[in-house]
Structure formats: C-alpha cells, structure tokens
Design a protein around this ligand. Structure first.
Ligand code: ADP
Ligand code: MG
Length: 300
C-alpha cells in the first residue's frame, strides 16, 4: 500500500482551517488503508525538506491553504524532491493565488469576471471605481482583508486600517447569487449555492466557518442549462490556469452569466467543505474523493 504524507497546519492565518482539512483527510486515508503520516508545515522550509526526505512518501496529500502551501512554494519543493503531490502544480498555484494575475488570465480567455483594477492605496486619494466596490489583498484567502466600500468615509477608513501591503485589488461589487463549482481531474463535478445570513455583505470568514451563519444548497437550484453553463465556465477557468486535481471556482450569477471571482487550487477539505459537498452530490464520497486525488497525484 502507498505511503501518503498529509501536509497540514503551517504558520499562516489559515492554520486552523488547514488543521481541519488535514484531520479529515488523514482519517479518510486510514479508512482506505494507506500508510499515513503527517507533517505540520514548519516555518523553516529546509526543515520541511529534511522531514520529507526522512519519511520518503509515495504521495504528499497537500492540505495547506494560503501562502506557501497554495502559492507554488511547497509545490516547487515537491517537484525538486520528485514526490508526487495532490492538486495543482507550481504555475497554476502561483497564478491562481495572485488575484491580479488571475484576473488578467480570465480576461485573456474571455471568462466573465467583475471589472478589476490593481492600485497602490497611497497613490489613490479617491476611490477609482464607483461605489459599491470591493477591496481585496492580492494574495490572501478565507475572505481575509476583504472590504465593501460604499462611501467616501469607507474609503478613508480603509486607507487608515489597511494592513496587507501598499497594493491591493479593487473590484466592482456584484450583489448577486453566489455559486461555486468544483472541478476534479479536468471534469466539472457540479455546483453549490451559498446563502449567507442577510446581515453579511460578503461570504465572510465568519459566514464560512461558523456553523449556521450560511445555508448551502447543493446542487445549486438553477435550471439544467444554467447548471451546464456554470460547469463550462468553471472548467474553462480551471483550464485557463492549467490546474490539475481538485479546484473550486467561486462565481457570482445574475441569472444569465457566471462571473468568476477566483479559483482556489487548495479548497477547504473537510467532509462538509464546499468542494467535497459538491462531490458528494455526484455520489462521490469523501473517502472516494481522497482516493481519486491520491491516484492522480503527480509532479510538474
Ligand atoms: N466582486 C465581488 N462582488 C461581490 N462580492 C464579492 C466580490 N468579490 C468577492 N466577494 C465576496 O467575498 C468573498 C471572498 O472573496 P474571494 O474573491 O473569493 O476571496 P477569498 O480568497 O478570500 O475567498 C466571496 O466569496 C464573496 O462573497
Ligand atoms: Mg473565495
């Protein structure tokens, strides 16, 4: 049986989320009979290399989220060590993690996406898009640092409190139905609609991870042809970035068009996370999903 090492935790803001993904994955791997081990991502990446060499696994199951684990850094180390790993390779990970680069790739490929600019906050006395708009860090996840700007006052407050570097992206705020889709090994699996409580203006960190703060409808209650369009848009997005393995595509839907917000190369991965829920709606259990991902693990 294959030796599979789960990579989890790490020092970043998404540590807790990653520990949950890792724990769920580990028990599925055990249920499937794999020889398992875990590595909590150390701050010093030389230490990671030492631990990987000591274990010498057949496959690394990457359960990291956010910088280092999702931005191509870990993927590049695994390529060098020739250890096959789950999810996307270096280039897709690097591009997907950078919301400005992704936006440019979506535009080049005619994938619908909200109007977006990259700006330096210190050089922009006025907000460059009409209100309401949304400001995001270039390289974060889990809704960290996302602000809806509805007035000059919000804009001034944002500039005072912003702590994610000088540059950010600013985007038209689309108050639409939020629908995500999952793609596995170049096949669009299906959709899920996210309905945060009315009090939320976005699918925030709290709405994402506190039970009861959002409802999830899986598959999304949309017509068959719109379901097909969601899947086509998601697959095009996945292919435009050159992804592999599992990915989740976050979109807004106005009844006719799916506007892509981002693609997550390392989506949340507990049994009740969005991508696994989508898989389950297509009769792929969490353990089966884990097995398929181990099978399709590779290096660049
Ligand atoms: N342009 C937008 N219009 C409306 N809501 C948005 C927009 N962009 C993001 N959001 C909201 O913010 C959430 C997080 O944004 P997203 O771009 O997916 O970044 P993250 O990497 O933090 O998940 C989305 O799930 C959505 O609810
Ligand atoms: Mg998102």
């Amino acid at each position: 049986m294959k030796k599979v090492t789960v990579l989890l935790g790490g020092p970043g803001k998404e540590r807790e989320v990653s520990l949950n993904s890792g724990k769920a994955t580990l028990s599925a791997l055990e249920e499937l009979g794999f020889i398992t081990s875990t590595i909590d991502l150390p701050e010093n990446l030389d230490e990671l290399v030492i631990q990987l060499k000591a274990i010498n696994p057949d496959v690394v199951f990457n359960c990291l989220h956010g910088p280092i684990g999702e931005d191509g850094t870990v993927q590049s180390i695994l390529n060098d060590l020739k250890i096959p790993y789950t999810h996307s390779g270096v280039t897709a990970s690097t591009h997907a993690m950078d919301k400005w680069t992704s936006y440019q790739i979506f535009k080049e490929n005619n994938i619908p996406t909200p109007e977006t600019k990259k700006i330096s906050l210190s050089e922009n006395p006025y907000c460059p898009l009409p209100f309401p708009c949304i400001v995001k860090p270039i390289n974060e996840g889990s809704s960290f640092g996302i602000y809806v700007i509805s007035s000059d006052k919000d804009w001034e407050e944002l500039k005072q409190n912003w702590s994610f570097g000088n540059e950010c992206i600013i985007q038209s705020y689309l108050k639409l139905r939020e629908i995500h889709a999952a793609v596995l090994d170049n096949v669009a699996l299906g959709t899920i609609e996210i309905c945060p409580k009315e009090t939320f203006s976005i699918f925030s960190y709290q709405a994402k991870y506190v039970p009861g703060e959002a409802r999830f409808l899986c598959p999304a209650p949309i017509d068959k042809d719109m379901e097909e369009l969601a899947k086509t848009t998601a697959l095009q997005t996945y292919q435009s970035l050159g992804c592999r393995g599992l990915a989740r595509i976050d979109m807004m839907f106005d009844g006719k068009v799916f506007y892509v917000l981002e693609l997550n190369t390392q989506p949340g991965f507990t049994a009740t996370s969005l991508a696994p829920q989508i898989a389950k709606s297509q009769n792929i259990s969490f353990a089966e999903l884990v097995r398929k991902m181990v099978e399709s693990a590779r290096c660049d």
